[in-house]
Write a protein that binds this ligand. Structure first.
Ligand code: AMP
Ligand code: GLY
Length: 423
């Protein structure tokens, strides 16, 4: 079969790479892909925008695409699945109605409350004065979230009342466009964060290996939040008994409540969790897609062909799929970013040493790279996700860092402490 992957990050490179390992997958097309997918054997990039639903649909129909996988949240929130389904295409990723679980934090919070899913206590506001009055009563720390998609920048964890008021003013001040016209103010949770990604066909839901993401730019979890600077899986923070509870108390009720709302959700449901000091899992957010960089750490451990899992979701027969098979051991992904990220950074810088890194056994997933005049250059903030699989975490982490030592580009930056929490 021929498969289409929509997106251009490290997640999409990992998806294309994994799909191509299946005996059934002949060829993968990436829209628009990156320098890594351009170099992958049996993979081709297409110069179409991810917002060009018509162009994507036409390509898929003309080229007999058997499966289309949507990477990022924006096209899902804009209804790419609904559009492609109308053309009778097989799409992995929820419809626009389902994607609201990520695209509206107020909607997601209401769903969690209805489903009795453990989560931070919260209220929704459309008026700054009322929001500020509420914060004054609740006290700090408190968390202020723009309702809509804000590219990961819409959440402020306010430690002081001034910070909280600032965040409320920023949201209503139009900084996040329509995403900030409504906000959710919620209780501050403490504990360890974990990412539980699950695949679902709308009836059955099955978790993948639990992962942990390093969101902040600086070592020791300091500095600004980013899209994610590294990840590892399976995280011991979610042992099997806790995963059972997450399945029963969070994943199953989420799918059941979506169904009650007549939403047929097929794709990935990603629960961003806080494991509180008492050991209870609470949902911080839901995402309607694979995580990035979590996917780069999870997929290298998956033995079951990914196309089989995705087709079982699309055809609503996930209950008949044998249990997912995982490699033993662990995987770690360290993100190499452009100097300045998550602020301003340069693009177009030549990259060296990727083959050497790969010859040491690392998987180098590209995120912000492209091929320009036959040369591989940087093209984004997160540039590469250098991933290694090992018998133990220690081995995987050491191997990823050893591979990083081979790679060079001007201004490159990476965290030195990915995996420290488990070592
Ligand atoms: P979100 O985009 O909702 O995942 O939030 C981004 C980050 O803000 C999370 O990864 C957490 O580190 C932090 N955060 C969000 N909600 C809370 C909360 N209720 N309590 C503490 N930290 C939070
Ligand atoms: N790594 C966090 C996310 O994908 O949302």
């Amino acid at each position: 079969m021929r498969v289409l992957v929509v997106g251009s990050g490290g997640r999409e490179h990992a998806l294309a790479w994994k799909l191509l390992q299946s005996a059934r997958v002949q060829e993968v097309f990436c829209i628009p892909g990156n320098g890594g997918t351009a170099k992958l054997a049996r993979c081709r990039n297409l110069a179409l925008a991810i917002s060009d639903f018509e162009g994507i649909g036409r390509f898929a129909l003309v080229n007999n695409i058997a499966l289309t996988v949507i990477g990022p949240e924006a096209p899902l929130a804009d209804g790419i699945t609904d559009y492609l389904q109308q053309q009778n295409l097989m799409v992995f990723g929820p419809t626009q109605a389902g994607a609201q679980i990520e695209s509206s934090k107020a909607w997601a919070k209401a769903l969690m409350q209805d489903a009795n899913i453990p989560t931070a206590k919260a209220e929704v506001f459309t008026d700054a004065a009322e929001a500020i009055a509420y914060v004054k009563v609740q006290g700090v720390p408190i968390v202020i979230k723009a309702d809509g998609l804000a590219a990961g920048k819409g959440v402020a964890v306010a430690m002081t009342l001034e910070e909280a008021i600032d965040a409320i003013d920023t949201c209503f001040g139009g900084q996040f466009g329509t995403a900030g016209q409504r906000l959710v103010i919620e209780e501050y949770l403490t504990g360890q964060e974990a990412s539980v990604l699950a695949v679902t066909d709308g009836l059955t839901i099955r978790p993948l290996l639990p992962a942990q993401d390093y969101k902040q730019i600086g070592d020791g979890d300091t500095g600004a939040n980013t899209g994610g600077m590294g990840a590892y899986a399976p995280t011991p923070i979610v042992p099997p008994a806790l995963m059972e509870r997450i399945q029963q108390d969070i994943l199953e009720p989420a799918i059941a409540t979506l169904r009650q709302r007549e939403i047929d959700y097929r794709g990935v449901l990603y629960a961003g969790l806080m494991i509180t000091p008492s050991g209870d899992p609470k949902v911080i957010e839901f995402n309607c897609r694979f995580g990035d960089p979590e996917t780069q750490a999870i997929l290298p451990l998956l033995e079951t062909p990914l196309d089989m899992v995705m087709m079982a979701c699309i055809q609503q027969r996930l209950d008949q799929l044998p249990p997912l098979i995982w490699k033993s051991g662990a995987a770690a992904c360290v993100v190499m970013a452009a100097g300045g990220y998550p602020g301003t950074y340069k693009k177009g810088l030549p990259l060296r040493g990727i083959e050497q890194a790969e010859s040491r056994g690392a998987l180098v997933f590209h995120a912000g790279t492209k091929i320009k005049q036959q040369q591989l250059v940087t093209d984004g903030g997160r540039v590469l996700g250098v991933t290694a699989v090992g018998e133990s975490f220690k081995e995987a982490i050491a191997q990823a860092y050893s591979a990083i030592g081979c790679i060079q580009f001007e201004g490159m930056y990476y965290r030195r402490d990915i995996g420290h929490r488990i070592l």
